[in-house]
Ligand binder design. Structure first.
Ligand SMILES: Cc1ncc(COP(=O)(O)O)c(C=O)c1O
Length: 374
């Protein structure tokens, strides 16, 4: 059997990693400033993470959601404390798309409605309602196009006001800091405006924090830069530092009932151990503060490079915009400078999404390499 080829691959085969260092099968070292697409939050093979998962594996990897699993409650407790979102309940699943799928489903159950508002350049995943709310027709199959989604430009107050007049929407789904789209973000005024309008019209406000959450923006959640309170928050990526895990935080005003949501693998023992290890490291090593501080340092360094036309983003979720398409630059950074970076829907944007415990020296190395590649 061969693989179903849906990924254009770089000719690099990583076999070992530690922190932001990655080695390929020939022993060549690379620096990972992409975090495997914003997934690596506490660094590759962090010793506490490895220990926690190994110990859990020795005890028990999995049992279903039909029995008590105190690890889920421990995780909910720690997540509530660290994020400040103690008025929410946790439902665990396996990926970002599944998190958004469940968030949209909750909104629809709650309101009895089915239309969704999403924003230009959004990315929410590749499954049913999540992909329909993703602004990319080429990854929407006819079966997905049955969902009714109203796409609006970010920060357009009038368009939003007009769209919600129909009272047909169950949810507004928004990234506080767009990832795949290219680091655009709502202004605080717009975010507060839509949060108030959602309350007035009984529309469920979903903050998709799959990429921007878990400290990446310098606060636990990126929406926390804007003083709003979403109804549902979706999480994944950095949550497991590479272990496939996702979830939604559902405001306690939503009442659960048996069978409303469910999953076989979600919240399994290994996923909980990985997720607890991530939160413990985030907390013990002050990684949110590091992300905020190093994000500011990164922006200072970027300002010294004339080819960079715009620096977008917050914390360690940053986009560098050039006045040319960056596909060749990204390839050069990997193949010649041995540094991983990310691309975006905006083809002129190079994305920087490293582990949150990088240092100023790592950032200096990045800029030295970038200058050479330019
Ligand atoms: C903001 C956002 N939401 C959802 C997803 C989908 O997550 P997953 O690939 O884990 O399904 C992504 C993935 O890039 C994302 O960036």
């Amino acid at each position: 059997m061969k693989l179903f080829e849906v990924y254009p691959l770089y000719d690099v085969t990583p076999v070992k990693a530690k922190g932001i260092e990655v080695w390929d099968d020939k022993g060549e070292k690379y620096l990972d400033f992409y975090g495997g697409h914003a997934v690596i939050s506490i660094g590759h093979t962090h010793p506490h993470y490895v220990k926690r998962i190994k110990e859990q594996l020795d005890d028990m990897a999995f049992y279903s959601n039909s029995v008590q699993n105190p690890l889920q409650q421990q995780l909910a407790q720690k997540l509530g404390e660290l994020s400040g979102c103690e008025d929410y309940d946790l439902f665990m699943c396996n990926s970002g798309a599944e998190a958004n799928e469940n968030a949209l489903k909750m909104a629809s159950f709650h309101t009895g409605k089915s239309k969704v508002i999403a924003f230009t350049n959004s990315f929410h995943g590749r499954t049913s309602a999540a992909v329909a709310a993703t602004d990319n027709p080429s990854i929407n199959a006819p079966i997905n196009k049955q969902q009714e989604v109203t796409f609006l430009p970010l920060n357009d107050f009038d368009a939003f006001e007009k769209a919600i007049e129909s009272d047909a929407h169950c949810a507004v789904i928004i990234e506080a800091l767009q990832g795949v789209g290219g680091l655009d973000e709502p202004t605080t005024e717009f975010f507060q405006f839509i949060a108030n309008k959602c309350k007035e019209h009984h529309i469920v406000l979903i903050a998709d924090e799959v990429q921007s959450g878990y400290g990446r923006s310098g606060k636990f959640f990126a929406f926390q830069h804007h003083g709003i309170e979403p109804d549902i928050i979706s999480i994944a990526k950095g949550m497991g530092n590479g272990f496939p895990v996702g979830g939604i935080l559902i405001h306690e005003k939503f009442k659960p009932s048996y069978g409303l949501l469910g999953t076989t693998f979600g919240g399994n023992h290994l996923a909980c151990a990985a997720s607890l290890a991530v939160l413990e490291v985030l907390d013990n090593e002050n990684l949110m503060e590091n992300a905020a501080e190093l994000g500011a340092y990164f922006k200072e360094k970027a300002a010294e490079i004339p080819q960079i036309k715009k620096v977008k983003g917050k914390g360690l979720m940053i986009g560098l915009e050039f006045d040319f398409e960056v596909a060749d630059l990204r390839k050069k950074m990997i193949m010649e400078q041995h540094m991983f970076t990310g691309s975006a829907k905006n083809k002129k944007l190079l994305r920087f999404l490293p582990a949150l415990n990088i240092t100023k020296e790592d950032i200096d190395l990045f800029f030295e390499a970038l200058k050479k590649a330019l």
